[in-house]
Design a protein around this ligand. Structure first.
Ligand code: MSP
Length: 513
């Protein structure tokens, strides 16, 4: 069985992660957990992108060496991912020495193969972005070129640099983007393809003079230069699974990789990454999964827009990691930007987790304890319930395979509603022995807990432990499999939040933020 390799972008640790980074990481985690639930072997990797001027500057501002700064931030990121119950198998850091060797060696190989060459760069540059802008990419204000992001004048820059021959890969990129389904959803592939066809591909600078950028990996044969941070960062995806260090491990995972990214870094993860891999004679990844932005009042949530919602706010407000993960995944969308408000998250949490799932398991658990001392033996399952379980489980698997997590959660909701309606209809509390009704309900709860488990792993395992069943693969689920349920407790899983209290829309200070 071939293993599935899942990655998140490696994040710039200039500041702690916020709800936007959590959006990507939780989604990747849900895909990883779902695949494990299906019995597949998974290797899930996240990590930090620790070099470059951005980091160099924050460290300077804090008055500590950059390495100390990134060491501290690696701990901070790990804590956040723990608070969100992220089940990564490996946390990569680009300052790890084996990674630095892989980057250095790859740079050398490309140079020796004539794919990297030295030449002068002359053009416009944004110091805040730390990137070059060619005509058409910048805006013009009073006849002067301006950075479209920072709205500041660009600087004219002339320096010797090293170029990577991106232009050589145009046909390869066009073929990959137009003939395969490597980018998902496909609309993003078309977007890149249009740009490549309209503008062509120009060689890109992959180094900076050391006196301008010192915090990074030196060019191995010319230490007066630092390797460009994106060249360094992209290679994490191969160095992290043993490229050039552990060939058998590398071959076990590559190329069956799913890169999860936000649409802001689409160009780097398609045109630049695919070309770099081709240049190194490595096959392309199986798939790049692209999602849209979480926005607030129309703007992408981020540090520069100042509309950040802190992760600790979500975790505190929604009863820990499960609630935070659930609201993020219910909002999740690959194609469209999603406007997020606390009201919206409150209503998702209250109605779907507290009222539907939480209330159902509490009611059924308490009834089973009261009526039959927690022991519920196998009976014929109500036909309507059985049909709902089977059809919704099937739909759930279809949705998850298509990465439609939010839709999959709606199937789970549907089952929760069917079960709640059934409780109200059959009124088990009025029956002397409601074993048949309870068994049907418990089979439903078991299916529902399995469906929710990639998103709310903690709640699912609490219920499976307290009710006495195991969380099997959804495709191995058979109605009537369980001989006897043994309920030992009926915990309240999700306390409702009081709408209107302690709110943040990024404007007010949230608790802990
Ligand atoms: N270090 C680079 C990535 C290198 S990967 C080889 C980088 N880092 S980042 O810290 O800026 O993270 C960018 C990613 O964070 C986005 O691609 C996206 O996955 C996530 N998001 C950050 N803000 C987001 C939103 N407001 N909405 C959705 N995703 C967001 O770029």
């Amino acid at each position: 069985m071939s293993a599935i390799y899942i990655t998140t972008p490696i994040y710039y640790p200039n500041a702690p992660p916020h709800i936007g980074h959590a959006y990507t990481t939780v989604f990747a985690d849900v895909i990883a957990r779902y695949n494990r639930l299906m019995g597949r072997k998974v290797f899930f990797m996240t990590g930090n992108d620790e070099h470059g001027l951005k980091i160099q500057r924050v460290a300077e501002k804090e008055g500590i060496p950059p390495k100390d700064f990134v060491d501290k931030m690696a701990g901070v990121y790990r804590q956040y991912w723990q608070a969100l119950n992220i089940s990564y198998d490996y946390f990569i850091r680009t300052t790890d020495s084996y990674h630095e060797k892989v980057v250095s060696e790859s740079f050398k190989r490309l140079y020796e193969n004539g794919l990297i060459y030295k030449a002068k760069y002359a053009g416009w540059y944004c110091v805040d972005c730390e990137r070059y802008y060619s005509p058409g990419e910048y805006i013009v204000v009073e006849d002067k070129p301006y950075c479209p992001i920072h709205n500041k004048p660009l600087e004219w820059l002339e320096e010797e640099t090293y170029y990577f021959k991106l232009s050589e890969f145009k046909d390869y990129i066009v073929k990959l983007l137009s003939e395969t389904n490597i980018v998902y959803p496909e609309s993003y592939a078309r977007e890149v393809l249009n740009r490549v066809q309209a503008e062509g591909l120009k060689d890109v600078s992959v180094a900076r003079p050391r006196d301008r950028v010192s915090w990074g990996i030196p060019v191995p044969f010319d230490p007066e230069y630092t390797i460009y941070v994106w060249f360094d960062a992209l290679l994490n995806y191969v160095s992290g699974i043993g490229y050039l260090t552990d060939e058998s491990r590398f071959n076990e995972y590559w190329p069956n990789v799913n890169h999860v990214i936000g649409k802001d870094i689409l160009w780097f993860h398609t045109v630049v990454w695919f070309s770099l891999l081709k240049a190194l004679d490595i096959p392309p990844p199986r798939r790049v999964i692209v999602h849209s932005f979480l926005i607030n009042k129309g703007l992408k949530i981020g540090k520069s827009a100042g509309n950040v919602i802190p992760i600790e706010f979500l975790v505190e407000r929604y009863n820990g990691s499960d609630g935070a993960r659930y609201v993020l995944m219910k909002l999740f969308n690959l194609d469209k930007d999603v406007e997020v408000t606390v009201d919206l998250m409150d209503s998702i949490y209250n109605s779907e987790l507290a009222d539907t799932y939480g209330n159902l398991v509490r009611r059924v658990g308490v009834l089973a304890l009261k009526k039959v001392r927690g022991k519920v033996y196998r009976r014929d399952v109500d036909k309507k319930i059985e049909e709902s379980i089977t059809s919704l489980l099937n739909k759930y698997v279809e949705d998850m395979e298509a990465l439609e997590v939010s839709k999959a959660l709606s199937e789970a909701q549907e089952l929760g509603k069917v079960l709640n309606t059934y409780v109200n209809e059959v009124k088990p509390w009025e029956r002397p022995d409601p074993s048949k009704e309870l068994y049907s309900l418990l089979e439903g709860i078991r299916a529902l807990s399995i469906m929710l488990s990639p998103v709310t792993p903690r709640a699912s395992s609490i219920i499976s432990e307290n009710f006495g069943f195991t969380l099997t693969s959804p495709v191995e689920f058979r109605v009537g499999q369980i001989e006897r349920y043994n309920i030992v407790d009926a915990p309240v899983l999700f306390k409702k939040v009081q709408a209107g209290r302690e709110k943040t829309g990024g404007q007010e200070n949230p608790p802990g933020g």
